[in-house]
Design a protein. Structure first.
Length: 319
């Protein structure tokens, strides 16, 4: 199913008008600073919402004082407010803590307010915990799902799943893959290597090269190419029908169908990327190589996608 996250809307226009003008100005300058760094418009909107929430917190809980006067106690209260009053997820709290730290970095290093020090990261964020039931799919289950749709001759669902598990691509990135990426000249070792495609984040016009595991997708790709030829699908993009390239809503519909057919909560970002990372890791691949496949800068992000328990981790230990 489509993955939806609910954010608490506490930053009404009326509320913001009551906020300390100095804090609103700092927030405005911070967003302009992020814009100058080349952040995407979507990222800027996320930051804008975050700093508005910070301004409202100082209004409601800190006597509307300036952010320049922030203390460790304020930071602790802020995290508690997010967790207990607003009931936001632990991941959201971690982001809000990071956003507050970014604002404080701006005050310290760009505004150069005398005596100000950013101490936000000295206060630990609550441990991350899932806010939705996590669906973990192993190799046998995935093969059963693929075979189910092969038997139904639903080859569009088959190739969509095969692309997801062979690449670890995000949902929106699946739609960027073109047919000509699967030519012989794009084969490097065990991968089809794409041209730069549009990806999440990474500035105003984010693009990156992606890697698709040849051994996993080839079987399903052959079926899909035959189906496309038989049904007159000529679009340049891999995921397409007679009407043209698929869109995000159609992938969401597909995920809902998979969820109903297999009585699970299937969503592309979690199930696909988790599956890819976990299966690669179980096969003995180094996390640094998995990081490249997933397009992460840091292995700590990639580790989030590993669905392995302690027994799996201890397998093969020499004693």
């Amino acid at each position: 199913m489509g993955r939806k996250t609910v954010y608490n809307n506490i930053t009404s226009e009326e509320k913001l008008k009551q906020c300390n003008p100095d804090n609103l100005q700092i927030a405005k300058e911070f967003i302009e600073y992020k814009d100058s760094e080349g952040k995407s418009n979507k990222t800027l909107e996320v930051y804008k919402n975050a700093v508005n929430i910070i301004c409202v917190f100082f209004l409601d809980k800190c006597g509307n004082k300036s952010i320049e006067k922030i203390s460790k106690r304020d930071i602790i209260q802020f995290l508690n407010w997010l967790q207990n009053d607003l009931k936001v997820s632990s991941s959201r709290i971690a982001f809000m803590r990071s956003a507050l730290s970014g604002v404080c970095d701006y005050i310290e290093n760009i505004m150069e307010v005398e005596g100000f020090r950013n101490v936000v990261l000295k206060i630990k964020a609550p441990p991350k915990s899932p806010v939705r039931e996590k669906t973990v799919i192993d190799e046998e289950q995935m093969n059963n799902i693929l075979q189910f749709y092969i038997n139904k001759e639903d080859y569009l669902t088959v190739i969509s799943l095969a692309l997801a598990i062979s690449s670890g691509l995000r949902k929106s990135e699946l739609l960027e893959i073109k047919m000509d990426f699967f030519s012989d000249e794009n084969i490097k070792g065990k991968f089809y290597v794409t041209s730069p495609i549009k990806v999440k984040g990474r500035g105003k016009n984010p693009k990156a090269i992606k890697y698709i595991m040849k051994d996993i997708i080839d079987k399903y790709l052959e079926m899909w190419i035959k189906y496309r030829k038989d049904n007159g699908i000529n679009d340049e993009y891999l995921l397409a029908n007679k009407n043209g390239r698929l869109n995000v809503k159609q992938l969401d519909y597909m995920a809902t169908k998979i969820s109903k057919d297999f009585n699970m909560n299937f969503y592309w970002h979690g199930c696909g990327r988790h599956y890819t990372a976990t299966e690669l890791y179980k096969k003995g691949n180094d996390i640094n190589k998995i990081k490249v496949i997933l397009g992460h800068k840091d292995i700590s992000t990639s580790q989030i996608y590993l669905d392995v328990d302690e027994a799996d981790e201890l397998e093969g230990l020499n004693i």
